[in-house]
Design a protein around this ligand. Structure first.
Ligand code: SF4
Length: 178
């Protein structure tokens, strides 16, 4: 199938692109991450995703960056939610809806997401975040997906961020560090 892969970052996507290719799919990466707190960080992660796309020989499409719109649609009133809580569920829905819309508008047969690679992201919640029948519910954590992503990111020298993306996740990272 012709699959659009929502790519939250290069390291996570590095476990997904080869797996989808092995399964016989044609992959296009879709970098849609208005959840990221600053444009500088958005660009840094985009650069890592572009390095991966070039190494894998796949096309990467970068969505517009609009953090103010994301704050209004997702975080307003949910700022104090813990990570993996309701703000995150809203965030998964937001990014998957944008991916689904792009996939439908550009003739993709299916879409999926690299979000399931991370051990910090419950796959069941991600799978429940889109009703779209073309959503390919691939659990990239399986078969050591996270370990693979760490190894591949190291080989390609990809930037690996220390927080999920929004300003509220920076608070969680600080709490975890203390
Ligand atoms: S912590 Fe991560 S998943 Fe949760 S709202 Fe922030 S950017 Fe989105």
């Amino acid at each position: 199938m012709n699959v659009l892969l929502h790519s939250c970052c290069g390291p996570c996507a590095s476990a997904c692109v080869p797996r989808l290719k092995e399964e016989g799919h044609d992959v296009t990466m879709f970098y849609s991450n208005s959840n990221i707190d600053t444009r500088a960080e958005f660009e840094k992660r985009l650069e890592a995703a572009q390095t991966l796309a070039a190494a894998e020989g796949v096309t990467l499409v970068a969505d517009d960056y609009d953090h103010a719109a994301w704050l209004r649609a997702v975080a307003d009133g949910y700022e104090n939610e813990p990570e993996k809580g309701r703000r995150c569920e809203r965030c998964y829905r937001y990014n998957l809806a944008r991916t689904a819309a792009y996939a439908a508008a550009h003739g993709f047969e299916a879409f999926t997401t690299s979000l399931t690679v991370s051990p910090h992201k419950p796959s069941a919640k991600i799978f429940a975040s889109s009703e779209d029948p073309t959503f390919l519910r691939e659990d990239f954590k399986k078969r050591e997906g996270f370990k693979l992503s760490v190894r591949r990111a190291g080989e390609l020298g990809l930037y690996r961020q220390t927080y999920c993306g929004c300003e509220f996740s920076k608070r969680t990272s600080r709490e975890e560090a203390t």
